[in-house]
Design a protein around this ligand. Structure first.
Ligand code: PHE
Length: 443
């Protein structure tokens, strides 16, 4: 191991960091908006199936690869297989997180803008029509949104530059439970609204007629997105972890937490949608439009909303640092003396790419192609193309090039005899599933 390389001393550090990377905008912002567009309960069902049968085995796989290879991911494939060209899987991940960070920061910026607005009491709480207008005014204001996302990228950059992620991860020990509690309070409030039940039914009842091909594709993409899969980000975190890390327990707890947060976010939003007469198909703005109406109904609404936004921002930042960290790790080749320079250059480039993403909600909204706006296409390119491709590459390497005994040794204690089913899934089933779904989207 290189002297200046980052490493966690305990396996708790590793779990906190990878859970932090996983739980973020994906579960809280993207899940409700996707579920609203692609059939509510049907989408939730597909998401659960994909997360448990595809996401979990893939997460175990990425942790295993990181633990075996213990180096940065544009080198790790060569190190494990002696085939240099396979490092392309690492480069694919690098590209994926670069684009991902750019559109992620748009939403991170919205959180920051709402934080300031709430602080200055500028958010209209009492009317759903006004809440929409409020939101539209924000997202169509180019300077405001560019400054917002700039601050989000800057915060991420400072944390990564200083290498103080570990401090942040320690903070997540209490920030994450607080976020859970906050979500539960919102859910309780939302469920108590008049007309809430229609929304509950919408998100929990799997109406099979609502399953569409697009819904299937996006549900798979959502599992990849929330679990940070296919970008090699999780491989990177596992490569920093101490030898005693427990792969399966870590992966299972991250998957469960992710499902919980997604479901809680759904239960916070959909009852309020039906109670206040919003449309579930509002798209990326859904959470931001609906939440003010819920907080308005609470005692200490403004204060609660403020606390929620802080926790939400925290969760988004623990994910965005993992995005930047991957680039830093690969471009510095894990040499921490170059960390500052690479973090700054990477952030500036991400900022430039984030500008068209944010303008696609305003002055560039007329540019529509592929699956929609510039923003939609960036998300699609990452979640539905680059992430599945990266995961596919790694399944092929793990299933067909690595030695089974070695994998088994890193898989860890196997009381429940899970190794063989997991290995068969990785070797035969998941590559086929990914390829089939991948091809379907181009037909
Ligand atoms: N999983 C993160 C989220 O849900 C996003 C992410 C994807 C982070 C890929 C790192 C790598 O917010």
């Amino acid at each position: 191991m290189m002297k200046n390389q980052s490493q966690w001393k305990t396996s708790t550090g590793f779990i906190l960091a990878s859970a932090g990377s996983a739980i973020g905008l994906g579960a809280m912002w993207k899940f409700p908006y996707m579920a609203g567009v692609y059939g509510g309960g049907a989408f939730l069902l597909l998401f659960l199936i994909f997360t448990l049968l595809v996401g979990l085995p893939l997460l175990i796989m990425e942790f295993t690869v990181g633990k075996m290879g213990r180096t940065y991911t544009t080198k790790i494939y060569e190190k494990l297989t002696a085939r240099k060209w396979l490092n392309i899987i690492g480069w694919n991940g690098n590209l994926a997180v670069f684009i991902l960070f750019a559109f992620y920061s748009v939403i991170g910026g919205w959180i920051i803008i709402y934080l300031f607005k709430v602080l200055m009491q500028l958010v209209t709480f009492n009317d759903s029509a006004l809440s929409k207008i409020n939101f539209d005014q924000i997202i169509t204001n180019p300077w405001l949104t560019i400054v917002g996302q700039g601050i989000f990228i800057l915060l991420t950059m400072i944390i990564v530059m200083l290498g103080v992620e570990q401090g942040l991860e320690k903070a997540s020990k209490f920030m994450m439970p607080l976020l859970f509690i906050c979500l539960i309070i919102i859910v309780i409030k939302s469920l108590s609204l008049d007309g809430a039940m229609a929304g509950v039914r919408y998100i929990l009842e799997p109406r099979l007629d609502d399953i569409s091909v697009k819904g299937i594709l996006f549900a798979l993409g959502q599992s990849f997105f929330t679990l940070s899969l296919g970008t090699t980000g999780m491989i990177t975190y596992a490569s920093y972890a101490s030898k005693e890390m427990t792969i399966k327990t870590s992966a299972i707890s991250i998957v469960i937490m992710n499902i919980l947060v997604s479901v809680l976010a759904g239960l916070a939003i959909f009852p309020a949608i039906s109670a206040f007469g919003y449309k579930p198909t509002e798209g990326p703005g859904l959470l931001f439009k609906v939440l003010p109406s819920v907080f308005e109904q609470m005692s200490f609404g403004t204060l609660s909303y403020f606390v929620f936004l802080i926790l939400f921002l925290f969760a988004a930042l623990t994910s965005s640092i993992s995005l930047l960290e991957l680039n830093v790790s690969n471009f510095t080749k894990n040499d921490n003396t170059k960390r500052k320079k690479v973090a700054v250059i990477g952030s500036i480039l991400v900022f430039l790419l984030s500008i068209p993403a944010t303008l696609s909600f305003g002055s560039l909204s007329h540019i529509q192609f592929g699956v929609g706006s510039i923003f939609d296409n960036m998300d699609f390119l990452v979640s539905n193309i680059l992430m599945p491709l990266g995961a596919l590459g790694t399944t092929l390497v793990v299933g067909h090039l690595l030695k089974i005994e070695e994998l088994k040794a890193h898989f860890g204690r196997d009381k429940f005899k899970l190794f063989i089913p997991w290995y068969l899934l990785i070797k035969f089933v998941l590559p086929v599933v990914i390829v089939v779904i991948f091809i379907v989207q181009f037909i």
